[in-house]
Ligand binder design. Structure first.
Ligand SMILES: C=Cc1c2[nH]c(c1C)Cc1[nH]c(c(CCC(=O)O)c1C)Cc1[nH]c(c(C)c1CCC(=O)O)Cc1[nH]c(c(C)c1C=C)C2
Ligand SMILES: C[C@H]1O[C@@H](n2cnc3c(N)ncnc32)[C@H](O)[C@@H]1O
Ligand code: SF4
Length: 451
């Protein structure tokens, strides 16, 4: 049987499984966990362990039709300015309850489009964050940047506040693909943005690409990859297009008859991956590539690669504090998500409350399954020895799942007393294999395709 037919028979094109940027995944969160839990977790943080901070900016000037991120369109700055005022109030609520001496090891601004902020607002927001949670001396500050919505002044403002990593959205350079996703982004504009970021001292530059977009074919994705290579990024994310118009309503603007079929989609991903490998990039997890000396590859090589809401990371801070509408915090005890709609978030903060509305309290078994799934997503290897060391006899709970994986995926995986390993030919099935260890699969949630 051809490899692709074998993968098809095992459900590659029919399975609908999460991307496991957390376990349990966000759709499983319940309203039983909210602001009270958030407050309890924040007040009891260990001040000696630096935290990561994520700031969500849910605004874009343009709304790309393919995009599944939580964001809203705006043509004026007034809602953005008033939102930043609310974020500052949330930061001061946090400062009131966080333990004395706590430091920020990582800061990430995402969205939406953080670069919709003019320089004055960039400075204001950065200062408010630093006064709520002062940075460590070796902190990292990364920002998601839309090359069509940024200029030298904004980059200079971000660099002055300490930005040392950046991630730019590219998706695809082909004009017909860009038209079909409602996102026009000339190569020249992107290249100028990259030059400005490098001149500002960015040492780790990521580019986001998407395969499976309307009208994409082998020649077009190959040309996009060649153009991306001329920009010399340090990291590349190559996401499979998630067509979920029932979640992201704006995707209804995409004519689904122009989407590449399952096999084409698979070959587009393979082709792009091969080109990045030939250019010297290392494979990172299921959908990232990194230069050998980039932190992401160093983390992978030393077994320190982790998965969080932004995808793969070398962040080692145990706690993530999410600030802004819909942002998710991760504490040792569990996850809390702020009110998702911007209006509801503003109402909560302006009333003087924390904005947590949904979440999940982690049991010991959840933590073990979370780590098992993270290891498969990061290393294609579930290290039984590590789990045994951390979770003792609880690991027996995984025996039936390990057996089920062996029965179904047979020669694509290897099971020993030390580890379950997904072999190279089986890696396309990683999300599906990880889902065997998911004990919280929700009823009625329709995830995107697994390939
Ligand atoms: C920044 C971009 C994206 C974020 N999520 C997605 C992208 C591309 C993709 C995505 N997330 C979800 C789905 C649907 C189910 C699936 O196919 O896996 C898709 C296509 C689910 C999801 N992820 C988060 C939440 C809250 C949900 C539930 C759906 C919803 O209510 O939106 C977590 C989450 N996703 C993103 C962020 C910034 C985030 C946490 C704050 C962005
Ligand atoms: C933050 C990054 O998420 C990716 N992104 C946004 N929407 C989708 C989607 N529907 N499917 C896959 N990737 C997506 C883009 O590459 C963006 O730059
Ligand atoms: S891709 Fe970026 S710019 Fe486009 S809608 Fe999504 S968040 Fe906004």
């Amino acid at each position: 049987m051809k490899q692709i037919d074998r993968l098809r028979a095992l459900g590659l094109f029919d399975s609908r499984v999460p991307r496991y940027t957390s376990y349990p995944t966000a759709p499983v969160f319940s309203t039983a966990v909210g602001a009270a839990f958030q407050k309890a977790q924040l007040t009891t943080l260990d001040p000696a362990a630096p935290v990561s901070v994520y700031i969500h900016i849910p605004f874009c000037e343009r709304l790309c039709w393919f995009c599944a991120c939580r964001t809203q369109g705006t043509q004026t700055l007034s809602p953005v300015e008033s939102y930043i005022g609310t974020v500052e109030k949330e930061l001061s609520l946090l400062a009131d309850i966080l333990p004395e001496g706590l430091r920020m090891g990582r800061l990430h601004w995402g969205g939406g489009t953080p670069t919709i902020l003019p320089p004055a607002l960039i400075h204001r927001l950065a200062q408010s964050i630093k006064s709520a949670v002062p940075p460590t001396t070796d902190w990292e500050f990364s920002v998601e940047i839309d090359p069509t919505m940024v200029d030298r002044e904004k980059i200079a403002a971000l660099a002055k506040e300490g930005m040392n990593r950046a991630s730019i959205g590219i998706q695809d350079f082909d004009p017909e693909v860009q038209t079909a996703i409602g996102r026009i982004q000339p190569f020249d504009v992107t290249a100028a943005c990259v030059a400005d970021l490098r001149a500002a001292g960015i040492h780790s530059l990521n580019t986001d690409l998407v395969y499976g977009l309307p009208h994409q074919d082998a020649a077009r994705i190959a040309e996009t990859v060649d153009k991306v290579l001329t920009l010399a990024p340090d990291r590349v994310a190559l996401f499979g297009y998630a067509h979920v118009p029932w979640v992201a309503k704006r995707q209804k603007l995409i004519d689904d008859t122009t989407l590449p079929g399952d096999e084409t989609r698979y070959h587009l991903a393979e082709l792009a991956a091969q080109k990045f490998q030939s250019a010297g990039f290392a494979n990172i997890g299921i959908d990232h590539f990194a230069r050998p000396q980039d932190g992401l590859n160093l983390a992978r090589n030393s077994g320190h690669l982790r998965r969080n809401f932004q995808g793969y990371t070398d962040d080692h801070c145990p706690t993530l504090i999410g600030v802004g509408a819909s942002s998710i915090s991760r504490f040792d005890g569990g996850y809390v998500q702020n009110a998702a709609a911007t209006a509801a978030y503003i109402q909560r903060i302006e009333a003087g409350d924390l904005a947590g509305t949904r979440g999940h309290q982690l049991t010991l078994i959840d933590k073990m399954r979370a780590r098992a799934i993270e290891m498969l997503m990061c290393d294609f290897r579930l290290d039984r020895t590590e789990l045994q060391h951390r979770f003792g006899s609880q690991t027996q709970q995984l025996t039936a799942d390990l057996k089920a994986v062996m029965t179904t995926y047979g020669d694509l995986v290897t099971l020993t007393d030390e580890a379950l390993v997904i072999e190279a030919e089986g890696r396309a099935l990683t999300r599906i294999i990880a889902s065997v260890f998911d004990a919280h699969k929700p009823e009625g949630v329709r995830y995107s395709q697994a390939s």
